[in-house]
Write a protein that binds this ligand. Structure first.
Ligand SMILES: NC(=O)c1ccc[n+]([C@@H]2O[C@H](COP(=O)([O-])OP(=O)(O)OC[C@H]3O[C@@H](n4cnc5c(N)ncnc54)[C@H](O)[C@@H]3O)[C@@H](O)[C@H]2O)c1
Length: 250
């Protein structure tokens, strides 16, 4: 027996980065994974990789900011896999960076809030409805240290991640007397495709803020996330897990 035998996990943003690594880890430990993403080609690649390692996986083209998409994809997962034990919401976008609010586009702000805040709201809404029926569930919404500390010159991203942290804290209390836990994660910089284009100068600036003096890895992210969504993590809810190499002080 392994930690996720007979469990079903939905992972949004499962085609890349932290979501992909988490899906592969849950699959390696016996779980069935349902990957939600907008990148069809990448979903197919990750599906083939998981299947070649003997895992069970389904893929779903879903824009997590679209209620109709989310509702029908969650129903698809129920009809294919019968239940949902775990939700990891890793889908997200950065939007404009290096842009003060005076020049920040309102359309970009709306888009970032839609994906990074409406997205986890919709995913939690439709998945928790299913979890309530069986009185069991583990929800992990990936936020960011940007939502705790406030990153300059990316107000859409920072605001969306602060909102996500609020969502986790409220939902944790809302379901605290059930066997459904809702937690979040606030990573500092993790090396993924999201920041692959950063210059050496940007990387050096970000590393300088991290006492461990390095970026985090996707495997380190997957380790914390899989613990938080495992059965053994049963007395923690409404909490924002840290993944910052010592940067976070609260
Ligand atoms: N990498 C970091 O340094 C870092 C730090 C803090 C927080 N995060 C957060 O971690 C999460 C994962 O980021 P990552 O670094 O793995 O990035 P990534 O770009 O590698 O993966 C994000 C995935 O989300 C998908 N996605 C984007 N919009 C979507 C939508 N509307 N619907 C469904 N899927 C969508 C993308 O296609 C992509 O596959 C994000 O929420 C991000 O904000 C990342």
């Amino acid at each position: 027996m392994t930690r996720f035998t007979d469990q079903v996990a939905i992972i949004t943003g499962g085609a890349s980065g932290i979501g992909e690594a988490t899906a592969k880890q849950i699959s390696k430990e016996g779980g069935t994974v349902a990957l939600f993403d907008v990148q069809e080609d990448k979903l197919a690649t990750v599906k083939a990789e998981i299947e070649s390692s003997g895992g069970t996986v389904s893929t779903h083209i879903v824009d997590i900011s679209n209620e109709e998409n989310v509702s029908s994809a969650v129903s698809e997962v129920i009809s294919q896999h019968s239940k949902i034990d775990i939700l990891v919401n890793s889908g997200g976008i950065v939007g404009q960076t290096g842009t003060k609010i005076e020049d920040y586009d309102a359309e970009t702000f709306d888009k970032v809030i839609a994906v990074n805040l409406r997205g986890p709201f919709l995913m939690a809404k439709y998945v928790i409805r299913e979890m309530v029926k069986r009185d069991y569930g583990r929800v992990m919404l990936i936020a960011s240290i940007a939502g705790k500390d406030g990153n300059p010159a990316m107000c859409g991203y920072t605001s969306s991640k602060a909102g996500c942290i609020g969502l986790v804290k409220g939902l944790g209390k809302e379901y605290a007397t059930t066997n459904i836990t809702i937690n979040g994660l606030a990573p500092a910089v993790i090396r993924t495709p999201m920041n692959a284009d950063c210059t050496d100068e940007q990387n050096a600036y970000m590393i300088a803020k991290i006492p461990m003096g390095r970026l985090g890895t996707i495997d380190e992210a997957a380790s914390v996330i899989t613990y938080a969504v495992s059965k053994e993590c049963s007395f923690t809810t409404g909490f924002i897990f840290d993944l910052s190499g010592g940067r976070t002080v609260y």
